[in-house]
Design a protein around this ligand. Sequence first.
Ligand code: FAD
Length: 557
Amino acid sequence: MKLLIIGGVAGGATAAARARRLSETAEITLLERGPYVSFANCGLPYFLSGDIAKRSQLLLQTPEGFDGRYGVKVHLRTEALEIDRTAKRVRARTTDETGVVSEVWFAYDQLILAQGGNPILPPLPGADAPHAFKLWTVPDMDRIHAFIKDKGPKTAVVAGGGFIGLEMAEAFHARGLKVTVVELAPQIMITMDREFAERAKSHLQEHGVTIETGVGLKAVLADSHEVELSDGRKLPADLVLFSVGVRPELTLVKQAGLTLGESGGLLVSDTLQTSDPSIWAAGDMVEVLQRVSGKRVRVPLAGPANRQGRIAATNAVAAMTGKKATMKYQGALGTAIVKLFDATAASTGLSEKAARDAGFDVGVAIIHKDHHAGYYPGGQQLTLKLVYDKKTSRLLGAQGFGLEGVDKRIDVAATALLGKLTLDDLAELDLAYAPPYSSANDPLNLAAFVAQNDVSGFSPLITAEQAKAAFRAETHLVLDVRNLGEYAQGNVPGSLNIPVDELRGRLAEVPHDKVLFVHCKIGFRGHLAARILIENGYTQVFNITGGYLSMKGVFYG
Ligand code: FAD
């Protein structure tokens, strides 16, 4: 029985290895159009930054290694050009190292597609200049590495403020270039909410990276080594990197007439079967269920691609032996993480915006807390945001930013999302604690307490954006309960400042007929103030979640 796999990196290589573990008799062939099989594309930025010293560390397998260990025949530089579904065969063109081209038909009983995606290259004047790059493959990486070594560029412009663009901004910075990131959207990291994008932007700027948001690239000016922006400004750019997104590779599946899905990816069932029962698919090219919203989406990330490769192989091998496909892919959360110099930003599930778009009755709780016990040396402030459904108290998503401890909280939140946990469950999570690691109430527990208090009405929350949008001077008052020194350093114009410890004695200054938007620096004193006010008969009290720190970019700055 013949299993043919197209695409030999995350999804395809995983599928090949898994298929062999399931069947010693299957004839497994893998076609890869590039010169390498199973390379670590996620590691490419870290070779360019110098963090990964040896290029060879990125090359996880060779055709010989694959054959030796798994008995998988790998054909490199071999591009599949046509699927003949009736005859069950694939036409492929091989270009050998000397440039000689040959075409061969490969027969299959079952076919797995793991072709990934392609980086989007905007059709701008100058985009094909020799100093303009994309980063998707090892040869792309080699070109950038050689350019930096040979030409000694001093300035770089990265078009696109997504995770790869930001990793590359850091890599160029590490190589001594002065870097500007240009992002068309009003914020970088558009899969995360505004306050995290703001924190990341400030952090990158503190490390010397310039960030331009809300402006696009209009042209690459090769002669003057500049780029022109959509607002007419010019920036120096000895090197330009396009990192503006990825499109699924669908040329072959369109030619083969396989059904596409509503988000533009290849449609697959929960067993990862395409509209042709003998063809399975995995990775960046498919669309899958978003586990929280239930919508069909594309999640171009390595984790889902690897796990899908394993499932597609399991079901394809079962089909080869006439068995039913039983292994299911239940959907992705889109959990993602990025290193920004010494900081980390991460998210899982739905952002606040995505949750609102999906029609949930959204609640938001933001906390800023030391990542471990405050009295133990080395505590670093961690910002956590929970997004939840106020009707059911179910967790919908989480985001984090900080120097330490972000990955752990977001991974626990991802597990909670998979288990459809509620805020009550999260509040009760028994997490590992000793002072060097966490607090007796882990930041995740604490965020859940804050959210519980919101849902129950014990201490209602409002986001900075909601407060700003609702605010009318005649009917609303911003009550700042920080101390006088903090207030003097910066405040919302028109706000009333009564430090929380004086509030009980100064209630006469707080009007009963106004909606009160209370805030402190991070949220805790705002919560205490909200409780004092509510206990004293004030009925329209909201604590601005995350406090003054989360109001940046909305009420000030
Ligand atoms: P790929 O791994 O892209 O493999 C597809 C392969 O199919 C390609 O090698 C391609 O040449 C081949 N192919 C396509 N068409 C044909 C054809 N017709 N014939 C033969 N071969 C074909 N994800 C994360 O989760 N975390 C990260 O930190 C992260 N960092 C990244 C950094 C970079 C620079 C890049 C480029 C990606 C990163 N990703 C990251 C994304 C992750 O690498 C992808 O989601 C994952 O590799 C997708 O796996 P895949 O198997 O679907 O596609």
